[in-house]
Design a protein around this ligand. Structure first.
Ligand SMILES: NC(=O)c1ccc[n+]([C@@H]2O[C@H](COP(=O)([O-])OP(=O)(O)OC[C@H]3O[C@@H](n4cnc5c(N)ncnc54)[C@H](OP(=O)(O)O)[C@@H]3O)[C@@H](O)[C@H]2O)c1
Length: 238
C-alpha cells in the first residue's frame, strides 16, 4: 500500500532531503513551508503535493490537516534559529521575543502539526521530529526549545504507542547543506564543529534522511519515545 508522508519545512535542507527520500521510496509526499514560491518549486521537483503553511499558526495548521487524509509518516522538520528581528538584547521585551520565537519555531510547530493530524496516523506509522545537539549544551533559547521537543516526544510516544505509531526525535549535529545558518557559517566555525566529531566530517543531508527512512521502516517498530543522536560523536550519551 502507498505510504502517505507529510514533511513540514520540506522546501529546504533537512526537510527537503527527507521528503526527497520518501518520494524516492514511492510514498505520496506532502511538503510544507511558509513561502509559496519555494513550496511550489520543491513540490514540482519531487513530484509531491506542496502546501503553504506556517506550522506555528494554528489556523493554517488546521487548514493543512483538512487537506490530508490517512497519514503513515509525519516528519516535523520545520524549525530554526529565532527569527531575525525577535531581538538579541538583554531587555526583557527582547528576551521574551527571542524565546517566544524559538519556542514557536522549534516546539509549537511540531506540537500543533502533530495534534492536528494525529487521528489520521495509521497503525504502523511514525512521527519523526528533528531535534538538535543544541538541546544538550550551549543551546540558549533554541536548545531549550529542542530539549522541550524531546521531552514532549516521550509523552507523545506513550499516547500514540498503543495505536501502533512510533514517535522519535532525530537530534542532529552540524549538518552541511542547509539554510539553517543563514549564510553566517564561517570557515573557522565549520572547522571547530567538524573537529568536535569523532569521524571528522560534517553531517550530510543523507545522514538524516537515511535515519528518518529507517525509523519509518518495519525494522524500527520497537524504537519509540527515543532521541536518536546523529552527530558523528560530537555529543555522546555516555
Ligand atoms: N542544519 C543544521 O546543522 C541543523 C542541526 C540541528 C538541527 N537542525 C534542525 O533541522 C530542521 C531543519 O532545518 P535545516 O537545517 O534544514 O534548515 P533550513 O534549510 O533553513 O530549512 C528549514 C525549513 O523549515 C521551513 N520552515 C521554517 N519555519 C517554518 C514554519 N514556521 N512553518 C513551516 N515551515 C517552516 C523553511 O521554509 P520557509 O522558511 O520557507 O518556511 C525550510 O523549508 C530544523 O528543525 C533545525 O532546527 C538543523
Amino acid at each position: 500500500m502507498t505510504r502517505t508522508v507529510l514533511v513540514t519545512g520540506g522546501t529546504s535542507g533537512i526537510g527537503h532531503a527527507v521528503a526527497a527520500r520518501f518520494a524516492a521510496e514511492q510514498a505520496e509526499v506532502f511538503l510544507t513551508g511558509r513561502h509559496a514560491e519555494t513550496v511550489e518549486q520543491s513540490a514540482k521537483e519531487l513530484g509531491a503535493h506542496g502546501i503553504v503553511c506556517d506550522a506555528s499558526d494554528p489556523e493554517q495548521v488546521a487548514e493543512l490537516a483538512d487537506r490530508i487524509g490517512e497519514l503513515t509518516v509525519l516528519v516535523n522538520a520545520a524549525g530554526g534559529l529565532p527569527e531575525a528581528g525577535s531581538g538579541d538584547g538583554t531587555g526583557l521585551d527582547e528576551v521574551l521575543a527571542q524565546w517566544q520565537s524559538s519556542l514557536a519555531q522549534n516546539l509549537l510547530t511540531a506540537v500543533l502539526t502533530t495534534t492536528s493530524v494525529r487521528d489520521k496516523l495509521t497503525g504502523g506509522g511514525s512521527v519523526i521530529s528533528i531535534g538538535s545537539i543544541g538541546a544538550e549544551r550551549r543551546g540558549g533559547s533554541y536548545g531549550a526549545a529542542k530539549a522541550a521537543l524531546a521531552a514532549w516526544n516521550a509523552s507523545l510516544s506513550a499516547e500514540l504507542g498503543p495505536g501502533g505509531v512510533t514517535c522519535n526525535v532525530i537530534s542532529a549535529g552540524y549538518i552541511a547543506g542547509t539554510n539553517f545558518f543563514r549564510g553566517q557559517m564561517t570557515d573557522e566555525r565549520h572547522r571547530a564543529l567538524v573537529a568536535e566529531t569523532h569521524d571528522k566530517r560534517p553531517g550530510t543531508l543523507d545522514d538524516i534522511a537515511e535515519t528518518a527512512s529507517f525509523l519509518a521502516s518495519p525494522g524500527a517498530r520497537h524504537i519509540t519515545g527515543q532521541t536518536i543522536h546523529v552527530n558523528g560523536g560530537a555529543f555522546t550519551t555516555r
